[in-house]
Design a protein around this ligand. Structure first.
Ligand code: FE
Ligand code: ZN
Length: 236
């Protein structure tokens, strides 16, 4: 699986869209659709016509370009059944535990509420890649727009059960906003020192901080280290 990161809404929301390509079959998909132009340009450069748009949740900064991309590429829009009523242009609904195929790639659907009630994660277990939308960011998590700290805790627990060598791909570049707090919460943690080094190097080169391994994230992200809903509540 080839994964291309596309920065969208730069300077305002700093969203990431991802283009994934199954190199065996040539079938491709886009994870989230924050804005059309950057995604279309990258697809044209790559010479691909994405068959699917995979949404993590209904928020406009993840679905705004759904219809435009669908009109340009004829892509099918895939989103959570829980959010059928509010994902623009949805064609295919998926639920927790489903497996959705992109060519020969298999995405496991994990329902992860907290940020929104219908949020899903896209997990490619064989390829060791997890698309976390607005549930998990580098060193922080998404705001509790529709959920409780308990729901967020349960969603993070699901992520914590995944193997350490899985790489995760978040919906926004928020590292810079989260790193100060995470450093204070991780004094003396050598994994955090390594994280800061990697993040600084990538940001200096104008690259996304992601992907980071879940192992590293579990060791440093204060929200992933929390194990009660009170801890989560205090962090917010
Ligand atoms: Fe969101
Ligand atoms: Zn977002």
């Amino acid at each position: 699986m080839k994964i291309e990161t596309v920065l969208c809404r730069e300077g305002s929301m700093d969203n990431y869209a991802y283009i994934i390509i199954d190199e065996d079959t040539g079938v491709s998909a886009i994870v989230d659709a924050p804005e059309a132009a950057n995604i279309v340009n990258r697809c044209l450069e790559l010479g691909i016509k994405p068959e699917y748009i995979l949404n993590t949740h209904h928020h406009f900064d993840h679905t705004d370009a759904n219809i435009e991309l669908k009109n340009i590429f004829g892509s099918k829009i895939v989103g959570a059944a829980y959010d059928e009523h509010r994902i623009p242009g949805i064609d295919i609904s998926v639920r927790d535990g489903d497996i959705f195929k992109i060519g020969s790639l298999e995405a496991h659907i994990i329902h992860a509420e907290g940020h929104t009630t219908g949020h899903i994660l896209w997990y490619f277990s064989k390829e060791k890649a997890l698309f976390t939308g607005d549930v998990l960011f580098n060193l922080c998590v998404g705001g509790l727009f529709e959920g409780t700290s308990e729901q967020m805790l349960n969603s993070l627990k699901k992520i914590k059960t995944l193997p350490d060598d899985v790489m995760f791909y978040p919906g926004h570049e928020y590292t810079i906003h989260a790193i100060g707090f995470a450093m204070r919460a991780n004094t003396g943690n050598s994994v955090m020192d390594e994280y800061v080094k990697i993040a600084q190097e990538r940001l200096d080169k104008g690259l996304p901080v992601s992907p980071i391994s879940l192992g590293m994230e579990k060791a440093c992200n204060p929200y992933l280290k929390a194990d009660s809903k009170e801890d989560i509540k205090n962090l917010f």
